[in-house]
Design a protein around this ligand. Structure first.
Ligand code: PBG
Length: 327
């Protein structure tokens, strides 16, 4: 007999699949998953992204098929990223109603209506020729407060296109408050804000920069957070809640599971986590080499992000995971 005595046997609850399912503490469901999608101006065929096997830059029409599929799979949402044909210093393509992201939002909303939540990445980096998330001062720094004015205008452009929820991702101080004020001032009180609150200057964004044709040289360390800091991540989330964020997000997810947990314990709004491009690429690369069971690893990854405290997860595997969960 074990030194623990006969009654202490945690293995009993692992005896059958039915029993394990009954006592599972954490769930993973399609409604909790958000699919990020890329739409590129001036292409006639979807373009593969070499560092993200299985993910493409969509045309306006292939985007609609992907979003319809996402809705029919019961996903929680789609997050749209636009890739313009030309860029400039102020990212003017982001504000232009005929700009790729704005027309794509309108296309998608016309296609799926309220069947799935339509979200937009609200940031200038895909639209600026220097690749930064904001406009620059004459000496080359990112100008926080001038950038806020452009974010407010961008929010109104997304609102005019019919978006349900905007996702400010540029890590400017005060961005959530500036966007909330602009939306409310124009009567868009129902459009919600998914704030990229604790967003770290991360090497795991590498493949995304290929995906959006980023022109960034250097890094974003003067506005994205230092990966050493978790208390600061909670502070950022609390500030965003004060400014009116409806959902706060931690990004990336896997190297920041502790931050997800701390934020979950500190706020009273839903918490999202972004399972980013580099996390996707790592697992896909290992699977392509036959070094890991791809489907099991995908589901374990997403479940672990949920267990850390994320209510919703942005993931490039959203559609596939929903199919796996339905099997
Ligand atoms: C900025 C933005 C980035 C990502 C989402 N929004 C890149 C960055 O900050 O450099 C990264 C997403 C990913 O890596 O999957 N608009």
């Amino acid at each position: 007999m074990s030194h623990l005595g006969p009654v202490v046997r945690p293995r009993r609850l692992r005896t059958t699949a039915a029993l394990r399912r009954m006592v599972a503490e954490t769930s993973l469901e399609a409604r909790q998953l958000i699919l990020p999608v890329f739409v590129r101006e001036d292409i006639s065929e979807p373009q593969p992204i070499s560092s993200m096997p299985g993910v493409v830059q969509h045309t306006r029409s292939s985007l609609l098929a992907a979003v319809s599929e996402a809705a029919s799979l019961g996903l929680g949402g789609v997050m749209l990223f636009g890739i313009p044909a030309s860029k400039d210093a102020t990212g003017s393509g982001a504000l232009d109603p005929a700009g790729i992201l704005n027309v794509a939002i309108a296309d998608v909303v016309a296609e799926v209506g309220d069947a799935i939540t339509v979200m937009s990445d609200l940031c200038l980096d895909e639209f600026t020729d220097h690749g930064h998330c904001g406009v620059l001062t004459p000496d080359g720094r990112v100008d926080n407060d001038r950038t806020l004015e452009l974010y407010a205008e961008m929010a109104l452009a997304h609102a005019a296109a019919g978006v349900d929820m905007v996702g400010p991702s540029g890590m400017m101080d005060g961005q959530v408050g500036a966007i909330r004020e602009a939306l409310d001032g124009a009567g868009h009180t129902d459009i919600s804000i998914l704030a990229y609150s604790a967003k770290y200057a991360s090497a795991f964004f590498g493949p995304f920069r290929e995906a959006v044709g980023s022109s960034l040289e250097g890094d974003r360390r003067t506005y994205q957070q230092d990966s050493a800091n978790a208390v600061e991540g909670v502070r950022e989330a609390l500030l965003d809640v004060d400014e009116g964020a409806d959902i706060v997000m931690v990004k990336p997810a896997l190297a920041y599971l502790d931050v997800i947990r701390r934020v979950r314990d500190a706020v009273d709004v839903p918490v999202a986590a972004y399972n980013v491009s580099g996390e996707y690429a790592m697992l896909e690369a290992a699977a392509a080499n036959g070094w890991i069971d791809r489907e099991l690893a995908i589901l374990e990854t997403l479940l672990s992000i949920r267990r850390a405290g994320a209510d919703v997860v942005l993931t490039y595997w959203a559609a596939e995971a929903a199919r796996l969960l339905a099997r």
